[in-house]
Design a protein around this ligand. Structure first.
Ligand code: NOJ
Length: 530
């Protein structure tokens, strides 16, 4: 079994994990100083969000230079030191790769703006003439994920200077122009980027927008008549939408090429891996990204999106495992939170009930076959924060007026009783304000409380190593009324998703997500040796 097949990977959102230099923004030396915390928590690897040169319009997902560290986060020497220290502590390091788009400050895009229509410089991106009189309308009807049209019109340079000209595609912010992956220069550039970081010793890449690199070549309009919700509301039976911008078959050749590069670097430390951030429409198309000659893992967002329901949990577990088995693909992954979604205690209702459910869902996740991803702060039971409008920084907030993702990105509380809770030296307030009532949630406070969520995560990760790892991939989940039941080897896992306690079967309690006695309370999960 390779290390990644059962790994627990901890996501570090670099701006918000730990600030080493006291400027209020997390950085690489800050992460390095806290690596012993991650080792003691019991994770196997960390995935670090982008720390490359970037104007930070989308907090690093707008990369201006893929082989430089942004001074906000440190230097290349800091990256080397982080990787070396992690390896010393037995932790693997996964970095983020952003191949769908660059920053508009990338030298390629600046060259494209300065060059005429039809030039090789423009051909690295998706520049098109507009529709309508004088080309004043966007080339097609696609929307940006961050709201508004996915096209921005430029002003042409040179002799026609000052005149509105072509449009370029950006599926995200206007500052994130999409690359044209049909141009071989793009693939060659990214192979170089992979090799650059592999040569520095990283253990893998999380691939941003992995389902988006290729667009249907015609760039035709999207048919919007089928944007209806699933009739049952179930995540498992979603209505297939017309999406000419996502999941095009050509994208898989990119991952076949990358797999060969990754395989070249495998050594005594083990495989180098790729994990796809692919928001696919079905579990079957998720499985395509992890066929034996493609990437190693794909985030299983179906699990994250499932409502609090024993039946829905069982459905998504069984359908994910079945889809991967049919494609002879890699073992599954499981994830409940990340830097783009509302934190799971809040999604499950918030307050004491939300936290109890979050701990229960986490305990189930850690028993499932395959690999699990944790998002920084979930081990502290942190909820989504209602960030005041004047402090919001997410580009989607600026484009839509919706609160956006800042609420799951609030810097971590390490110690102390008031902001910045030890986030960095010198008492500088962090880049997003922390709530005033986090004193009981700090790492220091929870480390001395056996009932804390942090203590629970430490116990659960240790229990996973003892009871679950190495139990093979077999797992069948079922819903018995409101109780999810699954078996892994000699461990039986129960989660009570109903409103009332239920009788507990015979067996030795190995770990539970909350207090249990003869009965299993609502919103609680348990591992039993039966
Ligand atoms: C997915 C990343 O997780 C998200 O934070 C980012 O805004 C988009 N991709 C665009 O890169």
């Amino acid at each position: 079994m390779s290390w990644w097949q059962e790994a627990v990977v901890y996501q570090v959102y670099v701006r918000s994990f730990a600030d080493g230099d006291g400027d209020g923004v997390g950085d690489l030396p800050g992460i390095t100083s806290r690596l012993p915390y991650l080792r003691d928590l019991g994770v196997d690897a960390l995935w670090i969000t982008p720390f490359y040169s970037s104007p930070q319009k989308d907090h690093g997902y707008d990369v201006a230079d893929y082989t430089e560290v942004d001074p906000l986060f440190g230097t290349l020497a800091d990256a080397d030191a982080l990787i070396a220290r992690a390896h010393e502590l037995g932790l693997r390091v996964i970095v983020d790769l952003v191949p769908n788009h660059t920053s508009d400050q990338h030298e390629w895009f600046q060259a494209a703006l300065a060059a005429p229509p039809g030039s090789p410089e423009r051909a690295r991106y998706l520049f098109r003439d507009g529709k309508g009189r004088g080309g004043s309308k966007p080339p097609n009807n696609w929307d940006s994920i961050f709201g508004g049209p996915a096209w921005t019109r430029i002003t042409e340079p040179g002799s026609s200077g000052g005149k509105p000209g072509q449009w370029y595609l950006h599926l995200f912010d206007t500052s994130q122009p999409d690359l044209d992956w049909r141009n071989p220069e793009v693939g060659d550039m990214f192979e170089g980027v992979l090799r650059f970081w592999l040569d520095r010793g990283v253990d893998g890449f999380r691939v941003d927008v992995a389902h988006g690199l290729f667009k249907e070549e015609s760039l035709r309009d999207q048919n919007r008549s089928d944007l209806a919700e699933s009739p049952t509301g179930s995540m498992v039976e979603r209505v297939l939408r017309d999406e000419p911008m996502w999941e095009q078959p050509e994208v898989h050749d990119v991952y076949r090429r990358w797999r060969k590069v990754l395989d070249e670097y495998g050594d005594a430390r083990g495989d180098r891996i790729g994990v796809a951030e692919a928001w696919t429409q079905t579990p079957e198309s998720m499985a395509d990204f992890v066929r034996p000659d493609e990437l190693h893992q794909a985030f299983n967002f179906g699990w994250l999106a499932t409502h609090w329901s024993a039946r829905d949990f069982a459905d998504v577990i069984n359908s994910s495992i079945a889809a991967l088995a049919t494609a002879h693909a890699s073992p599954p992954t499981w994830v409940l939170s990340n830097h783009d979604v509302v934190r799971h205690p809040t999604r499950y209702g918030g307050g004491a009930v939300g936290l109890a459910r979050a701990r229960a869902a986490t305990l189930v996740m850690l028993a499932l076959p395959g690999s699990a991803y944790l998002y920084q702060g979930e081990e502290l039971g942190i909820e989504q924060v209602d960030v005041p409008p004047e402090a919001r920084q997410d580009p989607s907030w600026f484009r839509t007026g919706e609160p956006g993702r800042d609420g799951c990105r609030v810097p971590l509380p390490w110690d102390g009783t008031a902001p910045p809770y030890g986030f960095g030296p010198g008492g500088t307030q962090p880049w997003i304000p922390q709530p005033d009532d986090w004193a009981d949630l700090t790492v220091a406070a929870q480390s001395v409380d056996e009932t804390s969520t942090l203590a629970f995560y430490r116990r659960a990760l240790a229990a996973r190593n003892t009871w679950v790892r190495g139990n093979g991939m077999a797992c069948v989940a079922e819903a018995k009324r409101n109780v999810l039941v699954l078996r892994r080897g000699e461990v039986t896992v129960l989660l009570n998703a109903g409103q009332r306690s239920v009788a507990m079967p015979e067996g030795e309690v190995l770990i539970s997500s909350g207090p249990v006695g003869d009965r299993l309370p609502a919103n609680t999960a348990v591992w039993l040796r039966t």
